[in-house]
Design a protein around this ligand. Structure first.
Ligand code: GTP
Ligand code: MG
Length: 343
């Protein structure tokens, strides 16, 4: 059992304008190719993937810190297409931290700004991935390397172009009221947003962005990320899908407490509250997105934060975006009120 002082898995939302490389960045981290399964490479849903801490340490290599007490990161992918504002807002509401992905060659676009507004509203700490650095003309690729290492091996012209584009981002962020700097020049992480130049295609800068996220989690979020492992579960329904042999199921992000087989849960249906009982819980493997996973592991219980597929009776009417609450210790009326209030 997790002890009181354990930090729960932080939820990291990946946001930004369409095609700037959100899913590709996650593909690089997971070693997967979800983008290639998407119609027109357009994300149309919120996905969730658990990346365990040992995988993060492996990718960060020499950059990884000592004394890491974060168990891993639960990444949420969101769509950048303008039609999906609701999904971005839902992702933003769940996030403990975020990565805003910006194509360094295109700069800020409307959904970049929308993402920043959502993060500001929720006071969510974030880093900027200034992505697609490999597209800078003349860039010499150093596969998977930390940013400073590859940067040092670029010629002066390429270095100059990168610097100019980073400062354009700093300027845009400043117009929106955010102080920012290239990450390696930031000394006060509470006052400055870090800009990490990355390539989702070559993996350059990925070690840095992972360490920035771990740093953010450890330094600033330990208060809100401590959970009592035994508290009643609370989550958000991402999708309602029919699965062969299981009937209707819910893809859920559990952001607080635990959820167990046999738990009474409350969710929101189209026009009424649904009370039901968890029949089975199916966990995607680490590094797999819950939306594309095919081999789930059956578990008896799950602790936040996690992406989990929930099978139960009476789910046909449940709406995506609904809150999910566990009834435990005589809190039924309170839970029903909460779900009603949150829909
Ligand atoms: P939406 O989910 O639709 O908002 O897009 P997205 O932000 O998830 O972008 P996606 O990862 O689908 O990438 C869009 C295109 O850009 C794909 O063809 C990727 O291969 C390409 N791409 C993404 N990151 C990089 C990068 O760092 N370098 C290069 N050269 N191409 C990239
Ligand atoms: Mg995408």
């Amino acid at each position: 059992m997790a002890n009181q002082s354990a930090i729960r898995t932080p939820i990291v939302c990946v946001m930004g304008h369409v095609d700037h490389g959100k899913t590709s960045l996650l593909d690089r981290i997971r070693g997967s190719s979800v983008v290639s399964t998407e119609e027109g490479a357009i994300t149309q849903h919120i996905g969730a993937t658990l990346v365990p801490i040992d995988a993060i340490i492996r990718m960060s290599g020499a950059l990884s810190r000592v004394n890491i007490n974060v168990p891993g990161l639960l990444f949420i992918d969101t769509p950048g297409h303008h039609a999906f504002t609701t999904l971005r807002a839902r992702g933003g509401a769940l996030a403990d931290m975020a990565i805003v992905v910006v194509d360094i060659n295109e700069g800020f676009r409307p959904q970049t700004i929308e993402a920043l507004q959502i993060l500001r509203n929720y006071r969510t700490p974030f880093v900027i991935a200034a992505n697609k650095i490999d597209r800078i003309h003349g860039w010499r690729v150093h596969e998977g390397q930390p940013f400073l290492k590859t940067f040092a091996q670029q010629n002066e012209r390429v270095q100059g172009v990168l610097e100019t584009r980073v400062y354009e981002l700093v300027g845009k962020l400043s117009d929106l009221g955010f102080n920012s700097e290239r990450f390696d020049r930031v000394s006060d992480f509470a006052r400055n947003i870090c800009i990490v130049p990355t390539s989702a295609l070559t993996g350059e800068g990925i070690p840095d962005i992972l360490m920035m996220l771990i740093g953010l989690a450890q330094r600033y979020m330990t208060g809100s990320l401590r959970v009592t492992a035994d508290g009643p579960g609370a989550g958000t329904v991402l999708e309602v899908t029919e699965e062969r042999g299981l009937g209707m199921t819910l893809d859920v992000i559990l952001y607080d407490g635990t959820l167990r087989v046999g738990d009474d849960i409350v969710v929101a249906g189209n026009d009424q509250i649904v009370e039901t009982k968890v029949r089975s819980l199916l966990k995607p493997r680490p590094m797999s997105d819950i939306l594309v996973e095919e081999r789930f592991e059956r578990v008896r219980s799950v602790t936040a934060a996690a992406g989990i597929k929930v099978a139960a009776p009476k789910l046909a009417d449940v709406i995506a975006g609904s809150p999910l609450r566990v009834v435990r210790g005589g809190n039924r009326d309170e839970v029903i009120e909460q779900v009603r209030h949150e829909v």
